[in-house]
Design a protein around this ligand. Structure first.
Ligand code: AMP
Ligand code: MG
Length: 199
């Protein structure tokens, strides 16, 4: 592979608070990249952590990880960062969180050591209206979501935006906020595809 091809490889870190529809948007992004003949690999950070947590902490579901001690979560987080940093591909998409709601408060999902390991070329925050997020969290019976109020979600959206901009300073890459409004997944995915396949 020539050096110019290597430079064009993308490591995309996609974040967003639970219920914004991140996984749905990511699936659409993959579909659109496929249609353009581009290969992509999606890595769910929580899944990588869960695989290890099942072995070391007898955790049974992804929603139990954030209930572990911060020390245990940190170890799982560092281990996952190291595993993910080894993964290669034309478009490597990492589906993760800027912060985790733990019993001790908001805890960073991509602190300095993690972002340095992931080396993103693009940081993308998927967002939506508070009402949309509330509705999506209530509808998702597959997950054990924390109970939410409008006030809490407003705080979470502010935290997400602030942490996104703070993260770009460390990553030195562009940050994009994409709104995933009701019935407009295609639009959100297209905005992301346009951003990551430019140049
Ligand atoms: P998800 O399926 O994206 O909701 O992720 C499941 C769980 O994995 C989250 O609730 C967190 O406990 C954990 N997780 C995901 N990404 C990170 C991260 N970057 N740092 C720490 N924990 C994470
Ligand atoms: Mg998800």
């Amino acid at each position: 592979m020539s050096s110019s091809n290597i430079q064009k490889r993308r490591r995309i870190v996609i974040v967003g608070i639970p219920g914004v529809g991140k996984s749905t948007v990511v699936a659409k992004v993959v579909e659109m990249l496929n249609a353009k003949g581009k290969s992509s690999k999606v890595i769910n950070y929580g899944t990588v952590m869960l695989e290890q947590a099942m072995k070391s902490h007898s955790v049974r579901s992804r929603d139990e990880i954030r209930k572990l001690s911060i020390e245990a979560q940190k170890n799982l987080q560092v281990h996952a960062a190291s595993e993910i940093s080894k993964m290669e591909g034309e478009f490597v998409i990492v589906d993760t969180h800027l912060f985790i709601s733990t019993t001790e408060g908001f805890w960073p999902g991509i602190p300095m050591n993690v972002i340095q390991a992931l080396m993103p070329t693009n940081l993308i925050l998927v967002s939506a209206k508070v009402e949309e997020i509330l509705g999506r969290r209530q509808k998702d019976a597959t997950r054990s979501r924390d109970p939410a109020t409008k006030e809490l979600l407003e705080k979470e959206l502010v935290a997400a935006t602030s942490l996104l901009y703070a993260s770009t300073v460390i990553a030195g890459c562009p940050a994009l906020i994409v709104e995933n409004h009701e019935g407009a997944v295609d639009e959100a995915a297209l905005r992301i595809v346009t951003a990551i396949s430019s140049s």
